[in-house]
Design a binder for this molecule. Structure first.
Ligand code: ADP
Ligand code: NG1
Ligand code: MG
Length: 461
């Protein structure tokens, strides 16, 4: 049974001082109105298992200290006011709680649309609930568009706040499922990893998460190791391009083709590779062989896919493509599916080692393989990420890989505790010295990270 949020009411000194600051900022903006409650929602770092949550496979993230915090006031009308401490970058927005419209024009993604996604997710299940308005004032320390899930933290912060305002009692698993679906209103068709760890994380533990339904097995990081996160300084706004959804669609199409070629009844239901594997009753290792057998190396055109699946172009677009991939005509299937099955195998291996030998060499080598696969098969790395991975390795990391969706963002590196500080200094010198002038103030750019706790509500008292 999941805990509910009313049980969470402790907070550390760091967080207390952040709440004091946001309280002051709220009062200044809203003419001394009193804040009713605060929220704190962490970002996350994925240790292994990239781009496989939306294929139904297990992933291994942990929550991080960087977070989105919010000060919330309940109102007795239906008005919603959304604002940000960083008002120069993130503009104010107002609407009615019962008429939320989410614009997802990729050329113009406004930050408040993530907040609206969270609200919409809650409104959709608020039957027999008297709606109320709210003022929500937000601030954040998660590097945006960098693979540490700033977007999901915003969506989850909004959903959790409204849930509390409306006195709705959802379990952590329920709200995680709901926010994963709700974030898709922004246009990206992600899996549920971010929201699952955001709501379920416990201090000191990373988690192995499985889906359909969500379940978590917690594990500790080997005691002699730490993970260091380093920003590549290249950002990637996932909703503003079709790269992310193209990968989702390529996996979907490869799954359908395997299902059809292997004679699964109702093949068109097999949009997730894990479902296809399950009903073919094959081990992951065999799925790798099947992929090599079924697919050629070249891009597939729409015409070729339609002919294999025996469907029309219209049907393909309507049923299996997304708004922003409908007009595409080149789909790489073999490499994408190979990455998914092999990455799922790596997650199994990684978790096994964490529970047995805890060998940092072996864990590091799995992370290396993951990065190579993301670079070469999934093609979601970036030259700066590749450089940063190499710099981490030459400075003593056991392994390093891109984390999150990629195309920019962050690297996560596995380091022995005793060399962590020295490691950070060397990476600063080698990677950042010609990019950043002040190397003394880089705590947001490269930092040691420990497993943090999940989303919580805090009252004034
Ligand atoms: P991520 O990998 O961080 O989840 P996304 O591309 O999915 O990256 O989402 C990034 C977007 O989230 C930003 O472009 C911005 O709109 C929003 N965002 C992130 N942090 C904040 C913040 N502190 N305040 C307002 N909006 C934010
Ligand atoms: P980021 O990079 O944090 O936006 C995205 C997806 C995850 C997962 C990873 C890749 C969303 C909300 N998040 O995370 O579900 O697929 O990429 O492993 O779509
Ligand atoms: Mg995101």
């Amino acid at each position: 049974m999941s805990k509910t949020f009313s049980q969470l009411n402790t907070c550390d000194d760091d967080l207390k001082s952040k709440f004091i600051d946001i309280n002051n900022s709220f009062k200044k903006k809203y003419e001394n109105l009193e804040v009713d409650f605060f929220i704190c929602v962490p970002g996350r770092v994925n240790l292994i298992g990239e781009h496989i949550d939306y294929n139904g496979y297990n992933v291994c993230p942990m929550a991080i200290k960087q977070n989105i915090i919010g000060a919330i006031k309940v109102t007795d009308d239906l008005n919603v006011h959304i604002s940000n401490v960083n008002k120069d970058k993130y503009e104010d927005y107002s609407c009615k709680i019962n008429s939320i419209v989410i614009e997802n024009d990729p050329k113009n993604i406004h930050w408040y649309n993530y907040v609206l996604c969270g609200f919409k997710g809650i409104i959709e299940i608020a039957f027999n609930v008297t709606l109320k308005g709210l003022i929500i004032h937000l601030d954040g320390t998660i590097p945006p568009a960098s693979g540490l899930s700033s977007s999901s933290a915003l969506v989850c912060a909004a959903a959790l706040s409204l849930c509390h305002v409306l006195n709705m009692n959802l379990s952590k698993h329920e709200i995680a499922e709901l926010t994963a679906k709700a974030e898709r209103y922004i246009g990206t068709e992600g899996g549920g990893m971010d929201q699952a760890i955001i709501f379920n994380a416990n201090y000191g533990f990373a988690s192995r998460i499985s889906f359909d339904p969500i379940s978590l097995i917690e594990f500790q990081i080997p005691p002699n190791a730490v993970f260091v996160i380093a920003q590549s300084l290249v950002t990637k706004n996932k909703a503003a391009s079709n790269d992310f959804n193209l990968r989702v669609v390529e996996c979907r199409l490869s799954s359908l083709i395997i299902a059809k070629k292997y004679g699964l009844k109702n093949w068109y239901k097999y949009v997730k590779l894990a479902d296809t594997q399950k009903d073919l009753k094959q081990q992951l290792e065999n799925m790798v062989k099947i992929v090599r057998d079924v697919f050629h190396d070249r891009y597939y055109t729409k015409e070729e896919i339609c002919s294999i699946l025996n469907i029309s172009g219209n049907e393909l677009e309507e049923k299996f493509l997304t708004k922003n991939t409908k007009n595409m005509n080149n789909f790489k299937l073999k490499d994408r599916a190979l990455h998914v099955f092999e990455e799922a195998l790596r997650v199994d291996k990684f978790c096994k080692i964490c529970g047995t030998t805890k060998s940092l060499f072996e864990l590091g080598s799995i992370m290396q393989d993951s990065h190579s696969s993301l670079r070469d098969l999934y093609e979601c790395s970036h030259t700066e990420l590749d450089k940063l991975v190499t710099v981490c390795m030459t400075n003593g990391a056991f392994g390093a890989r891109l984390t999150g969706a990629g195309w920019g963002g962050c690297v996560v590196a596995l380091i022995s505790c005793d060399i962590a500080e020295e490691f950070i200094e060397s990476v600063k010198e080698t990677f950042y010295s010609n990019k950043i002038t002040d190397l003394t103030n880089m705590n947001d750019i490269i930092f040691i990270t420990k497993p943090y706790s999940g989303a919580a509500i805090f009252s004034q008292s």
